[in-house]
Design a protein around this ligand. Structure first.
Ligand code: HEC
Ligand code: HEC
Length: 359
């Protein structure tokens, strides 16, 4: 196979095991498609599949194995991405697997800010799944047949009627089941300003910079200045009284714990919860550095964390309105005919547009 026939030059021929998985026995095919569908969840934040899928931050992937790489109508690929593709070549299992291993190192500058899928098996499953989805977003019939054949192998479960299910006695609404301690622990990750909830660990700004460049800069800019309309993370100090204040971590946020909590909970966008606790310490340290709060050799740890105050903390005040005479003395609030005459709109909230539909 000539190198040029691949969507991009580096894709060495590695397809044999993948093709076997895709065109091998139906049962294997079905298992793989099912596994791939689950693994695909890490892509779903950016790529829609299924009937009526539309482009989101990434292009919709219906029938992606059948289409010319970087060509789908109505999606604006980055020039880094289109430049890396040989013209008019379709994706195949080999090239897609090579690409997905590490998108951002394979195609520097791609908009696909995703660290990649390291396991070759997992990539094969994801590809088997994508190969089974046709251009209309339907799971292809071979896969459907294989999956239903698979299901018919398992013992038929007797049909359970809702009326026969015992109503749980726990909780307020008597619904569902009691969450496992592990499930609660997985959700219970909030970090408070006083440090409560912080996991033990540490990380420095240098390590954070490396993670940031690979996993955050595509959206938030090399220096936190934000690309396109993605949020700005640094700068803006002293602009809060301007007509258009630049609200960043440094200029606006009250507590460092929010930075740690937010990044750990929600970033990188589309691949949330993929960073380790120490990675989050590093990235938080780097965001402090980008905001000129610390030097570049700074190390943030669970021990020194609460020593750091963000510049705008003191401008936040406790909401004690209910104790203020005006409110605490007020009797029933007025609910009818409160303004004499006709009510008019005197002000509108500014549209913030934080999250672009597409960039
Ligand atoms: C953070 C968002 C994001 C995540 C997560 C993501 N992608 Fe992407 N993907 C993109 C973007 C954006 C592009 C377009 C690349 C460009 O223009 O530089 C893209 C491009 C692609 C393409 C090329 C499509 C074409 O028509 O040529 C494929 C295939 C693809 N992604 C598959 C995947 C798979 C599979 C996963 C999960 C393992 C995944 N992506 C995870 C954002 C993402
Ligand atoms: C694919 C684009 C993308 C990537 C990659 C990404 N982010 Fe974000 N980030 C966003 C979007 C979109 C928001 C706003 C989300 C919202 O408001 O709903 C955001 C918000 C944030 C915020 C809050 C900003 C504010 O002022 O409200 C922080 C902090 C942040 N990201 C840090 C990171 C870090 C650290 C990484 C890398 C580990 C990262 N992001 C990777 C898109 C991205």
């Amino acid at each position: 196979m000539s190198k040029l026939k691949q969507p991009f030059g580096f894709a060495i021929f590695k397809a044999a095991p993948l093709l076997l998985l895709i065109f091998g026995s139906n049962a294997l095919f079905a298992n793989d498609v099912e596994k791939g569908e689950k693994l695909y969840r890490q892509c779903a934040g950016c790529h829609q599949v299924g009937p009526g899928a539309s482009h989101a931050f990434g292009p919709q992937l219906n029938g992606v194995m059948e289409r010319v790489a970087a060509k789908v109508e109505g999606y604006d690929f980055s020039s880094a991405f289109t430049d890396a593709m040989a013209p008019d070549v379709k994706w195949n299992a080999s090239s897609l697997s090579a690409f997905l291993e590490s998108p951002m190192t394979n195609i520097p500058g791609t908009k696909m800010a995703f660290p990649g899928v390291k396991s070759e098996d997992d990539r094969a499953s994801i590809i088997a799944y994508l190969a089974a989805v046709d251009v209309d977003g339907k799971l292809a019939t071979t896969a459907e047949a294989a999956i239903s054949a698979d299901e018919s192998n398992t013992e038929k479960q007797p049909r359970v009627l809702a009326a026969d299910v015992e109503i749980p006695t726990h909780g307020v609404f008597h619904l569902g089941r009691v969450a496992l301690a592990e499930e609660v622990a997985a959700w219970d990750i909030d970090v408070r300003p006083d440090g409560e909830g912080l996991p033990k660990g540490s990380g420095d700004a240098v390590a954070g910079g490396i993670i940031y460049d690979a996993q955050c800069a595509a959206c938030h800019g090399d220096f936190g200045e934000g690309t396109g309309r993605w949020p700005v993370l640094a700068g803006g100090l002293g602009t809060l009284t301007d007509e258009r204040p630049e609200k960043t971590i440094g200029s606006y946020w009250p507590y460092l714990s929010t930075v740690y909590d937010y990044v750990r909970r929600a970033m990188p966008f589309g691949n949330a919860r993929s960073l380790s606790d120490d990675d989050v310490y590093s990235v938080t340290a780097y965001l402090m550095y980008l905001n000129d709060l610390v030097d570049e050799d700074f190390e943030l740890t669970s021990d020194n964390f609460v020593e750091f105050r963000l510049p705008n903390e003191e401008n936040f005040i406790t909401d004690n309105r209910s104790e203020e005479p005006y409110f605490s003395g007020a009797v029933e609030p007025c609910m009818t005919d409160c303004i004499p005459g006709v009510a008019t709109v005197s002000q509108r909230a500014r549209v913030l547009d934080v999250t672009p539909d597409q960039n």
